[in-house]
Write a protein of this length. Structure first.
Length: 100
């Protein structure tokens, strides 16, 4: 089957196993571990990266084209996550950001 990029079409059982393991068990374990160590608002920012990882998987596994607007959107989303994680209140003080 053409159009699968560098991968041959995997068997359905392998795809289902990957979805269960990576999309369910591993991601839930990472999410729970992150919630133990970070504030919920910081962990939630990483949900914004889901469309990016989905598109990259589609590119490498299915050969989907990636348009220039995607790279701009990726840069904006990643910069937003970095801004949210940086702790800007410590840099600028309470004058610009309210205390938590």
């Amino acid at each position: 089957m053409a159009g699968f990029g560098w991968l041959n079409p995997p068997p359905r059982l392998l795809v289902q196993g990957y979805c269960i393991l990576a999309g369910g068990i591993i991601s839930f374990a990472l999410w729970s571990h992150a919630l133990r160590h970070w504030k919920t608002s910081e962990v939630y920012l990483f949900n914004n990266l889901i469309p990016l990882s989905t598109m990259l998987w589609a590119r490498f596994c299915l050969g989907e084209p990636v348009l220039s607007t995607f790279w701009l959107a990726m840069a904006l989303i990643i910069s937003g996550v970095l801004v949210g994680q940086a702790g800007w209140q410590r840099l600028f003080g309470n004058r610009w950001f309210p205390a938590e």
